[in-house]
Ligand binder design. Structure first.
Ligand code: ATP
Length: 314
C-alpha cells in the first residue's frame, strides 16, 4: 500500500500541490487525471523521490523511506534514452543502475525486449526508432528490475495506435502479475480502459478519487439520444431533462430503458420516422465535467458544456 498524506509542494513561492492525500492499495491500477499544469508530474516525481523538498508524507508498505529502488519503476514523461546506442544496450544500462549484472542482466534485457515487442530491433540504434518504439523502450528500461510499483507519466503521448495497443497489453500483463500501477494521463478513455481507480487532479488539488464505476454512478445520469423526423421537444418533455443535440435530442433520465420503451411505443405505428434511438452511457469525462465545470480534452480546460455532451454520445 502506498500512502500519500497531506503533501504540499511549492516551486519557489508558487503553490503547485495542495494537501494531497491518496491511499493506493497494492495491486491496483490508478489513473491520475488532470489538465496541463495540474501537478501530475510533480506528484509522480515526489513518489519516485526525484523531488524531495515537499511537505507531508509518502509511505510505501509502512516503511519510512519512499525510495525503495528495488520495488519502484518510474517511466518519465520525457524520453530518457541514449540515442547513439542500441535498444539492448539501453536496457542493460538501466538494469545495471538497478543492480543487475552478468547473466541475470542479459536474461532480463532479452525478456524485456520480448515484452515491449522490440526483439527484432535489439541491436539497432535508438536514433532510428519511431516515437512509439522509443516510448516502449522508455517503459522497458523501468521494468528491468521487475518492480512491484510502476509509476508512468503519460506513456502514450504522441504515439501510433500499434504502439499504444502494445503498451496497453503490457500494462494489463503487469496488472495480472500483481503490480501496482500509477498512470498519469490526459486521456480519460485510457483510464477507463486500463484502471480500476481514478484520482482527478485540478489546480494542484485532488477534486475526487475512487473506483471508476462508483464515481460514474455518483456523478452522472444516463441519457437517451433520439432522432426522428419532425420530432418536437414538447413530445419528450415529460420523459426527463431534454437538450438539443445533433439534430435530435438528449434525454437525461434515471430510467433510460423505460424512456426508450416509451419512445418506441410513440413510433410503433410508424417506425420509419424514428431515425436513431440510443442509450448513452455516462463516461469518466462527464464525471470530470460535473466536478470541475470544465472538460478535459488533450489536457486543455474548456468550458463548453455542449461539447461534453457530444463526447458522451460518440
Ligand atoms: N521545476 C519547476 N520549476 C518551477 N515551476 C515548475 C517546475 N516544474 C513544474 N512547474 C510548474 O508547476 C505546475 C505543475 O506542473 P506539472 O508538470 O507537475 O503539471 P502536469 O499536470 O504534469 O502538467 P502536464 O500535463 O503539462 O505535464 C505548472 O504550473 C508548472 O509550470
Amino acid at each position: 500500500m502506498l500512502v500519500i498524506h497531506d503533501v504540499t509542494k511549492y516551486y519557489r513561492n508558487k503553490l503547485v500541490l495542495e494537501h494531497i492525500s491518496l491511499d493506493i492499495p497494492s495491486g491496483s491500477c490508478i489513473g491520475l487525471v488532470g489538465p496541463n499544469g495540474a501537478g501530475k508530474s510533480t506528484l509522480l516525481k515526489i513518489l519516485a523521490s526525484i523531488i524531495q523538498d515537499y511537505q507531508g508524507k509518502v509511505q510505501l508498505n509502512n516503511t519510512k523511506s519512499t525510495f525503495q529502488k528495488k520495488v519502484l519503476g518510474y517511466v518519465p514523461q520525457e524520453i530518457c534514452l541514449e540515442q547513439s546506442i542500441s535498444a539492448y544496450s539501453n536496457l542493460c544500462f538501466f538494469g545495471k543502475l538497478y543492480g543487475l549484472s552478468g547473466r541475470q542482466l542479459k536474461k532480463r534485457a532479452t525478456e524485456v525486449l520480448e515484452e515491449i515487442g522490440l526483439s527484432s530491433h535489439a541491436k539497432n540504434k535508438v536514433l532510428h526508432f519511431s516515437g512509439g518504439m522509443k516510448r516502449r523502450l522508455n517503459i522497458g528500461c523501468a521494468l528491468m528490475h521487475q518492480p512491484k510499483l510502476i509509476i508512468m507519466d503519460e506513456p502514450t503521448v504522441g504515439i501510433d495506435p500499434q504502439s499504444r495497443r502494445h503498451i496497453f497489453e503490457m500494462i494489463r500483463h503487469l496488472q495480472e502479475t500483481g503490480c501496482t500501477i500509477i498512470y498519469a494521463t490526459h486521456y480519460m478513455e485510457e483510464v477507463e480502459q486500463l484502471c480500476n481507480k481514478v484520482a482527478f487532479l485540478d489546480c494542484g488539488k485532488i477534486v475526487e478519487q475512487g473506483d471508476i464505476s462508483t464515481l460514474i454512478q455518483k456523478y452522472t445520469t444516463p441519457s437517451v439520444f433520439v432522432k426522428a423526423k419532425n420530432l418536437q421537444v414538447t413530445a419528450l418533455d415529460k420523459l426527463g431533462q431534454i437538450s438539443a443535440y445533433r439534430q435530435g435530442f438528449l434525454i437525461k433520465t434515471e430510467m433510460p430503458i423505460a424512456v426508450m420503451k416509451q419512445i418506441l411505443l410513440m413510433y410503433q405505428a410508424n417506425t420509419s420516422e424514428l431515425e436513431r434511438l440510443e442509450l448513452v452511457k455516462p463516461r469518466l469525462e462527464d464525471v470530470f465535467f460535473t466536478l470541475t465545470g470544465s472538460e478535459l480534452r488533450e489536457g486543455v480546460h474548456s468550458s463548453s458544456k455542449e461539447s461534453s455532451k457530444i463526447g458522451g454520445v460518440s
